[in-house]
Ligand binder design. Structure first.
Ligand SMILES: Nc1ncnc2c1ncn2[C@@H]1O[C@H](COP(=O)(O)OP(=O)(O)OP(=O)(O)O)[C@@H](O)[C@H]1O
Ligand SMILES: [Mg+2]
Length: 327
């Protein structure tokens, strides 16, 4: 079932005004986005936002009530079989045989996919190396730990390289080493030209892995862009100053007021001020403070984290600037 058409289409995933209801729950309320071939799209959103429903629509497990979606150039409703042949979904191949070893499972999938005896063994070796499962290769999968199982499960889905991979919270509950392994897997897939759609609760993960990020909330895309775009939308870099003596906080705040709106932290021990000129602002601030003989624990240039962006986007804006002290 090879894709016959020569795709001039540069978008591997296109979602256009997709809606889905589950009874009274309007889970997707007109979701639209696209992911170019060979890119990693991070899908962020709070619990219940509609991330898994979106992945289910794209992997043909759930039929949209309205709108259109296509994957690898195939419509998820009209060409569902072709979509399924082009994708890999974590957990889809949970049909692992516990009585077979990791290597035997991989070879079995290779044979089922028509890779032949030699081809299947070669692909199994590559995947065992890639997933650092060589030591466990000849042990039965039934004896694997949770993290190892997750890895062999993903590896089985990659015996034949798909066009698009859906990873729905692939690192939830994994230890840091296994998490790093999934991260390098995502980077490797991208390197091989595979498009990856990755949902995650870990903003840091979306930040380091994604070419583009969409934020979904209550069944709608509420923001879209690179991690940098999203961060700069939530405000410029700022300079944070922590005096040794908290009695100097107010004096520092006055000293820096000419740089812009100064804010004092809730804890009352640090001052922050916008630093649109980055290091130059920091150097100028440090100069003023040291000239005044005030000792510091720390002075640093900070950018809004993706966490701050996320909180700002998914919560009413009102409180955001409440504590700003105007110069
Ligand atoms: N099969 C279903 N039947 C009824 N309601 C459902 C079904 N699947 C999802 N929902 C509802 O649709 C909404 C979106 O759920 P979804 O699983 O897509 O969220 P999510 O963003 O993946 O959340 P999480 O971060 O918790 O995984 C939720 O209100 C959920 O309860
Ligand atoms: Mg989910």
């Amino acid at each position: 079932m090879a894709a016959v058409s020569s795709q001039a289409n540069a978008e591997a995933v296109v979602v256009d005004s997709v809606e889905k209801r589950f009874g009274a729950v309007h889970a997707l309320q007109g979701v639209s986005f696209a992911a170019p071939e060979g890119s990693v799209l991070g899908v962020l959103g709070p619990n219940g936002a509609g991330k898994t429903t979106t992945v289910s629509v794209l992997s043909t497990l759930v039929r949209p009530d309205a709108g259109h979606a296509s994957v690898a150039g195939f419509d998820v409703v009209r060409d569902a079989a072709a979509v399924r042949a082009s994708i890999m979904l974590t957990g889809q191949y949970a049909a692992l045989d516990d009585l077979l070893t990791g290597r035997e499972n991989l070879v079995l999938f290779g044979r089922l996919l028509g890779l032949g005896h030699k081809g299947s063994r070669r692909r199994a070796d590559e995947l065992l190396a890639q997933f650092e499962l060589e030591d466990a290769a000849d042990r039965r999968v039934g004896q694997y730990s949770g993290g190892m199982r997750r890895r062999i499960d993903i590896a089985c889905g990659l015996v034949r390289l798909p066009k698009v991979v859906f990873l729905d919270e692939p690192t939830t509950g994994l230890d840091p080493v296994s998490r790093q392994a999934v991260w390098s897997l995502v980077r490797g897939l991208r390197h091989d030209g595979v498009t990856v759609l990755l949902t995650t609760q870990y903003l840091e993960e979306a930040d380091v892995l994604s070419d583009n990020i969409i934020v979904i909330d209550k069944g709608r895309v509420i923001a879209e862009g690179t991690a940098d775009d999203l961060k700069s939308r939530s405000g410029p870099s700022y300079c944070e100053v922590v005096p040794v003596d908290t009695a100097n906080v107010a004096a520092v705040a006055r000293m820096l007021a000419s740089f812009g709106t100064v804010a004092i932290s809730d804890s009352g021990d640090r001052v922050s001020v916008p630093a649109p000129d980055g290091p130059s602002t920091l150097a100028a601030a440090l100069g003023r403070i040291t000239d005044a003989g005030i000792e510091l624990v720390d002075i640093a240039l900070r950018r809004p984290s993706l966490d701050e962006v996320f909180v700002k986007l998914t919560r009413p804006a009102a409180e955001a600037d409440a504590r700003a002290v105007d110069a």
